[in-house]
Each structure stands twice: as structure tokens, then as C-alpha cells.
Unconditional design. Structure first.
Length: 268
């Protein structure tokens, strides 16, 4: 009986080594190259991985603005470029814009225009607008009339070389290569690095083929999230003081750190 048992064991281990259903970590390692980039074109496991990392669905986006802004932290934004390269970035900083009475919101007073129409569309719709006539910012609509969340900063995870190319293409004159933490640490940098422009306005994150979100791995707890004032909203009275910006404490990819609030959190 011994040789038969050995033969069965050999068949079993052969089966295991041929199986394409590898654990997710193994799949990720197969795709990773030393600089954290990936080359999906060559890996036969990539199709399997795509199935595993399913996108965030409509019910995730369908929550009140502040709760969505916090829930985004730790989730992953994925973008497929026209040449097939895939970019991944972990969301580390957001701002909530509540519409209605929020003086800093593009939809304050419930005012709907051609420009801000996406803010009134179903939760999970992208609202992309331009600042200074050149830079773009990307928001995601939430529950609530005219409410949306600004994506402020990402921690780049995959496709960093492509992000560098896209960022340097939009910078003038000879420039130093950007460090990893500089690629997406601000709303317009994030849009440059991910190739997001006005063409993405009104797209649906639950349906789009070029941009979506997947669940993050280790999501932050309440104690990891700093709540502080929004940036660059100028003279908006009490609304300039409300803690509607959220970021991951201690994350070096955040655009602006609020040391005072962090010290208060630590004291508590």
C-alpha cells in the first residue's frame, strides 16, 4: 500500500502547485516588482486577482457625507490608464462638503448648475472641477442634496512610475524626480498622478471601466482619524472652522498635518 499512498500524495502536491487559486497575498506578491510597481500584462494570475478584489458597490457610497468622508480613509482608488497600466492609491485624506447651508460648498443653498450637476446625482458619482483654469479636483457624491466628498491625498501603492510620468508631464521646465510622498499629496496632484480630468465628471464609480474603488485591507479605527478644518476655503465664517477634513494620523502622504489637533488627541 505504501507506493500507492506516495503516488496519491505526489498527485495531491502536483495539483496544489498547479492551482491558480492562490491566496490573495501570494497573488499580490506575484504582481509586485521591487519598486512596488506591477506588470499585469505578463501575469496569468492577474485575472484571478481582479475577481478577488471586488469593487465597492452602491450601498457603500450611499451614506451621509461626513460618514462617507471618514469611510473613504483606507479604501483604495484604482485607475486603468488607456495603455492598460493600473494605478492603485490608498485614500489617506478627505474633506466633506455638505451642500445646502455649507458656505464652502459649490452647492450651497441647493444651487444646481451645469458645473456642479454631479453633486446632485446618485451617491458614487464623480464630480470633477477645475481650479485656476488648469488644475483638477475630484469629489464623490454622497447621500444628501448636493453633498460630496473631496479626495485630498492618496498613498501610492502600485503604478508609481506611471504616476511620475503623468505628474512630470504637467510640470513646467526641468524638474527633480518626485519622491513617492509627493506624487498624490494634494487634490490636484492626485488628479495629475491618476490622469483624472474633466472627462471624468459625472462618471459612476460603481460602473466605470477606467476608475473604481476596492476595499482597503486594514481600515483605520476612530482613534487613527484626525478631524480638522478644511483647507483653502477662505472667508466662509463658521464654516471655515468646522472639522470637516479627515486624515490618517501619522501617515506621511497627507497634504497638511494639524499638529495642534494631534497633540490634543494624544493628550486624551
Amino acid at each position: 500500500t505504501m507506493p500507492r499512498k506516495r503516488k496519491l500524495l505526489a498527485q495531491l502536491s502536483a495539483l496544489q502547485s498547479n492551482s491558480s487559486f492562490l491566496p490573495f497575498d501570494a497573488l499580490e506578491n506575484l504582481n509586485a516588482t521591487p519598486d512596488g510597481d506591477s506588470s499585469p500584462k505578463s501575469s496569468k494570475y492577474f485575472a484571478v486577482e481582479k475577481k478577488i478584489s471586488s469593487r465597492l458597490e452602491a450601498d457603500f457610497f450611499n451614506q451621509p457625507c461626513i460618514s462617507l468622508a471618514k469611510s473613504f480613509l483606507g479604501q483604495i482608488l484604482v485607475r486603468t490608464l488607456p495603455d492598460g497600466r493600473e494605478l492603485w492609491g490608498r485614500i489617506v485624506e478627505t474633506e466633506a462638503y455638505l451642500g445646502g447651508e455649507d458656505e464652502a460648498s459649490h452647492s450651497k443653498g441647493g444651487k444646481q448648475t451645469q458645473r456642479n450637476a454631479a453633486m446632485f446625482m446618485k451617491p458614487g458619482t464623480l464630480y470633477v472641477y477645475q481650479i485656476y483654469g488648469i488644475y483638477f479636483c475630484v469629489n464623490v457624491s454622497s447621500q444628501g442634496e448636493g453633498a460630496a466628498v473631496l479626495l485630498r491625498s492618496l498613498e501610492p501603492l502600485r503604478g508609481l512610475e506611471a504616476m511620475r510620468e503623468l505628474r512630470s508631464a504637467s510640470r513646467k521646465g526641468p524638474t527633480k524626480p518626485l519622491k513617492d510622498w509627493q506624487l498624490c499629496n494634494g487634490p490636484s496632484k492626485l488628479c495629475q498622478a491618476f490622469g483624472i480630468d474633466k472627462a471624468f465628471d459625472q462618471r459612476d464609480l460603481t460602473q466605470d471601466a477606467a476608475i473604481w474603488m476596492v476595499p482597503g485591507r486594514d481600515l483605520p479605527g476612530e482613534q487613527d482619524v484626525v478631524a480638522t478644518t478644511r483647507i483653502g476655503i477662505g472667508n466662509r465664517g463658521e464654516w471655515a472652522q468646522k472639522p470637516l477634513r479627515f486624515y490618517l494620523r501619522g501617515n506621511k502622504f497627507v497634504s497638511v498635518v494639524d499638529k495642534k489637533t494631534e497633540r490634543e488627541m494624544a493628550a486624551m
